[in-house]
Design a protein around this ligand. Structure first.
Ligand code: NAP
Length: 295
């Protein structure tokens, strides 16, 4: 059987998960532990991270390093990588899940929104790659790199310019590494979730859009009703990693939109035009008030 057809077994592998304290990262950690991997967990805050480590252990999983670190802080990530490798050896699987989200109209996005998206969602995974990939390559055991991008790393979602800057960037890094790392038998997976019902979707801030209006809450409710659970997303991610897939979707809508974009660009353009018009019709008050102020 050619190597790319072989299933990648997670049992006995050392797996680092960032963003492991919440949402998709937490669900992935619990799911991967069930397959018999040894988990190493990191996230921004120590307390919820320790709670997830306890959950993994309570479910019979093995946990090695548990340490809080800000992925946008290169020094902290390099130190974490060095300590992790010294204590547990090179990783077999590195999963970049940590991320934040800020959306907004171009009139309302401020510099700090653009900056934080790139610092956390793009430079964060790059710091992790800098810290963990060289020892993986040197170990010569192969492995997997999993980068969680987004539907907004494939298609033009309304109000997502800053977020998409980071997620399309991560897609670019992943597309290149997919081919660069093949000679080291390290497979790359790019996860492109659509809606996943996690705390991220509850707390989303949209610059220039009043997210407290009943109309917006209805829109968000509709989004959440289509969202998959973090556990379902984790199942898709693990299945994708095991099969060595590059594109990993967590819902059918995004898989189909991606197909439409590639196979029938005019259909994609029409779908996005309708999507943006509908979103902008629901774009209420704050942006309009601002426009009125300026006028
Ligand atoms: P989540 O529940 O908010 O989990 C993200 C985790 O990352 C949180 O624990 C968060 O910590 C942590 N984090 C934030 N900034 C960090 C930093 N600078 N350094 C280290 N950790 C940091 O969100 P999620 O929905 O599971 O998102 C996971 C990934 O999926 C993200 O990359 C997101 O962009 C992507 N995604 C999610 C959806 C969705 O619908 N949920 C859709 C597409 C893509 P705090 O809670 O302390 O901030």
């Amino acid at each position: 059987m050619p190597p790319w057809r072989r299933t990648f077994d997670l049992a006995g592998r050392d797996v680092l998960v960032t963003g492991a304290a919440s949402g998709i990262g937490r669900a992935v950690a619990l799911r991967v532990a069930r397959d018999g991997a040894r988990l190493h967990l990191t996230d921004l805050r120590e307390e919820p991270l320790r709670a997830v480590a306890a959950e993994v252990r309570a479910a019979g999983g093995e946990v090695g390093l548990v340490r809080a670190a800000d992925v946008s802080d290169r020094t902290a990530v390099l130190a974490l990588g060095a300590d992790l490798t010294a204590a547990h050896g090179p990783m077999d699987v590195v999963m970049n899940v940590a991320g934040i989200s800020a959306w907004g109209t171009v009139r309302s996005l401020e510099h700090h929104h653009w900056r934080s998206m790139v610092d956390v969602n793009l430079m964060g995974p790059i710091h992790v790659i800098e810290a963990l990939l060289p020892p993986m390559v040197d170990a010569g055991r192969g492995g997997a790199l999993v980068n969680v991008s987004s539907a907004a790393g494939i298609i033009a979602m309304p109000w997502h310019a800053a977020y998409s800057a980071s997620k399309f960037g991560l897609r670019g890094v992943s597309e290149v590494l997919r081919f660069d790392l093949a000679k080291h038998r390290i497979r790359v997976s790019l996860v492109c979730p659509g809606g996943v019902a996690t705390p991220l979707t509850e707390t989303v801030q949209i610059a220039g859009v009043d997210t407290t209006t009943p109309r917006f809450r209805r829109l968000l409710g509709r989004f959440r009703s289509h969202a998959v659970t973090p556990e379902q997303a984790a199942e898709s991610i693990v299945a994708g990693v095991r099969k060595g897939r590059f594109w990993v979707y967590t819902s059918t809508d995004i898989r189909l939109l991606h197909l439409l974009q590639r196979l029938f660009p005019p259909g994609y353009r029409l779908a996005m035009t309708v999507f943006h018009r509908a979103a902008n019709a629901a774009l209420p008050e704050v942006e309009r008030a601002r426009r009125a102020e300026v006028a």
